[in-house]
Write a protein that binds this ligand. Structure first.
Ligand code: ADP
Length: 332
């Protein structure tokens, strides 16, 4: 059994024990109170018959009424306070349960993250090392082969660079003192630049259609916005397989710049649509697992956009795939 699961089982066994013990004590107190009432009643009755000369019935006597009220008050106290403590116990158990589950899920996500990051780092480093060793060993390599090796290594370095940028950005976002730049940025130009770079560096073939309204200006952090768009467009490519069709549109709608990135890829199940923005979260199906990634991209996208008073949302594309929609306030 996994360590996290074992502590959850022990926790529930203890809680179960506390509940049973609590109920048992409540019943015990109730029984003791009833017994004490019977004893007091017998004593009272004895006293009553000894003193009573008027022939009045004991059942109607004031002393018995008083004793009965005392018994009722005690019963209310036992069950009233007992129920209150039970409710407090239930609420605390629920809180502990949620926090244990959160902890277990964070631990699992961190484990997944470590596994994926090691893989992400190892493969480009290994490939570049082999390329450099080949060039060192065979000085007289044909030009064509040498150019290919250099091109592949540069591509690997580009990927490593992107990965490290994302890691740094995620670490910075966690810091409460982190604030973004406030310059005026031409969003239309940034989108065009990111796509141009992706066309030059991506080893995947893809069909791209673009409709970009020129000159949409926003206030914000240029490198943060580059990171948002790069993450979204790279995801559209990464999760679309070999025949990727990507459609990027940017236009002004009701005083906001609206960027839509649509793909014809795997799509995202409805149950996962909210979770994908969590840190380290990756959709757990096999097809997604085959692709490289750390689960940090969309977390960064959402956090950076929130710092720009912008938003990101996700919906299904027709007939298949996903559309990510980004909204940012524009300046006149
Ligand atoms: P990463 O891509 O490194 O796994 P992200 O935070 O960028 O991390 O994305 C989180 C998850 O959301 C991905 O693992 C993937 O399952 C899903 N996802 C993101 N973009 C898309 C997309 N365009 N199509 C299908 N699934 C996507």
């Amino acid at each position: 059994m996994i360590k996290g699961h074992r502590s959850i089982v022990i926790f529930y066994l203890l809680v179960g024990y506390i509940f049973i013990a609590f109920l048992w004590w409540m019943l015990l107190l109730y029984n003791m109170s009833n017994e004490s009432f019977s004893e007091k009643r017998d004593l009272l009755q004895l006293n009553f018959s000894y003193k009573n000369a008027s022939g009045m019935s004991f059942e109607k006597s004031d002393d018995l009424k008083l004793l009965d009220e005392e018994r009722k008050a005690k019963t209310y106290m036992i069950f009233g306070e007992g129920s209150f403590f039970l409710i407090v116990l239930l609420v605390m158990t629920w809180m502990m349960h949620s926090s244990l589950r959160r902890e277990a899920s964070v631990a699992q996500q961190q484990k997944n993250f470590l596994l994926s990051i090691s893989h992400e780092l190892r493969s480009p480093i290994a490939a570049s090392k082999v390329a450099l060793q080949t060039m060192e060993k065979y000085r007289e390599l044909p030009d064509e082969k040498r150019v290919r090796l250099i091109h592949n290594s540069l591509h690997d370095m580009e990927r490593l660079h992107g990965l490290v940028e994302n890691l740094l950005l995620a670490a910075k976002i966690e810091d409460h003192n982190f604030s973004i730049g406030h310059e005026s940025c031409d969003l239309s130009e940034i989108v065009l630049q990111v796509i141009q770079k992706l066309k030059e560096t991506s080893e995947l073939k893809f069909d791209l259609t673009m409709t970009i309204e020129p000159g949409l200006m926003v206030i914000g952090d240029r490198s943060g916005l580059v990171s948002v768009i790069t993450n979204l467009v790279e995801n559209a490519l990464k999760y679309s397989g070999k025949q990727a069709k990507i459609d990027v549109t940017l236009c002004a709608e009701n005083g906001s710049a609206v960027l839509r990135i649509a793909d014809n890829g795997l799509g995202i199940p409805d149950a996962e649509k909210k979770k994908i923005f969590r840190k380290f979260y990756r959709v757990g199906n096999e097809e997604t697992r085959k692709t490289k990634g750390t689960g940090l991209g969309l977390y960064i996208v959402q956090r950076i956009l929130a710092m720009h008073r912008g938003q990101v949302s996700v919906q299904d594309n027709n007939p298949k795939g996903t559309i990510f929609k980004v909204t940012l306030p524009i300046i006149n």
